[in-house]
Ligand binder design. Sequence first.
Ligand SMILES: Cc1cc2nc3c(=O)[nH]c(=O)nc-3n(C[C@H](O)[C@H](O)[C@H](O)COP(=O)(O)OP(=O)(O)OC[C@H]3O[C@@H](n4cnc5c(N)ncnc54)[C@H](O)[C@@H]3O)c2cc1C
Length: 317
Amino acid sequence: MPTVAIIGAGMAGLSCASVLVERGWRVTLFDKSRRAGGRMASRRLETVHGTASFDFGAQYFTVRDPGFASEVARWAEAGIASRWPDAREDAWIGVPTMNTVMQALAAPHEVHFSHHVSGLARENGRWRLLGEGMPAQHFDAAVLALPAEQAAPILALHDFDLARTALFARSQPCWTGMFAFETPLAHNPHTVRDHGILAWAARNSAKPGRAGPESWVVQASPQWSTAHLERTPDEIGPLLLAALGEATGGTAPVPLAHSVHRWRYALSAGTGLGCLWNETQRIGACGDWLLGPRVECAWVSGRTLAERILGEAREAA
Ligand SMILES: Cc1cc2nc3c(=O)[nH]c(=O)nc-3n(C[C@H](O)[C@H](O)[C@H](O)COP(=O)(O)OP(=O)(O)OC[C@H]3O[C@@H](n4cnc5c(N)ncnc54)[C@H](O)[C@@H]3O)c2cc1C
């Protein structure tokens, strides 16, 4: 049974893993975070009025690919995804949090969390992972399911053509604020788009399946986020709160709880290549940046790479 190490347990890595496991491969995933999901991220904040929850990465996803449509239909059937027409007619979300879908996708797999892969070593035609606490195990194939900027330095030591593709694929950052309030803001629609420095704001507590106090997720525009990238969360928080107040027609009250997150690689440019694969060395890459800056693109890219790996394996047999 061939073995593969997938680095990155976000949507692309998990979608790649599912296909390979279905076809009998032995897959081990590694992620630097403490949980699966990558940018399909959710966080909870405790307040005196209960737990506030926030989807602070992807806000919703849309569905065009027929394979992804079938997958989303399975999630809906299982009660872990729902439509969110307040955002747009064809918007879907995870329930009760965006990250719930990712927990379900990760559950059947062997995932090593808190494992930051710093590089790969090629030994006797197989791959060993480098980084603190990595197993001594060797793998037949290696998949980098990471943002382009994080994949590039690892690829560069083994295949400069693949690395060059990653080096040219730049992402845009996103400063994100999460705010829980005692009382609802006086703003009727649950979302705000393109207002001042904000690209988006949404009343998270109004999404289907959510409970807890009034809570908002606020995302600065890529231009503003880039201009303020190296400022601290303490500096950014009040600016995002003020922007939310302005966008919702008043001054935002002092929040019950808040948090600020900097996504350095939030929205990829998208190369349209689908995936990258070096069949001689058996190293490849998948991720949204190989198609476009959307959850669905990450899912499709992961599957595309898995099919490519399996196609090569069949031909070689
Ligand atoms: C603020 C924001 C808003 C967004 N809004 C939307 C939206 O509304 N709709 C939409 O469709 N998409 C949206 N997106 C984009 C969407 O989230 C991504 O396209 C998708 O989740 C990318 O999945 P991925 O698997 O390619 O990458 P990721 O989710 O980034 O997964 C990569 C994984 O690799 C791990 N990792 C990185 N480096 C290492 C390392 N060296 N070692 C080990 N692990 C590592 C990370 O921890 C992460 O878990 C948004 C993204 C952000 C950040």
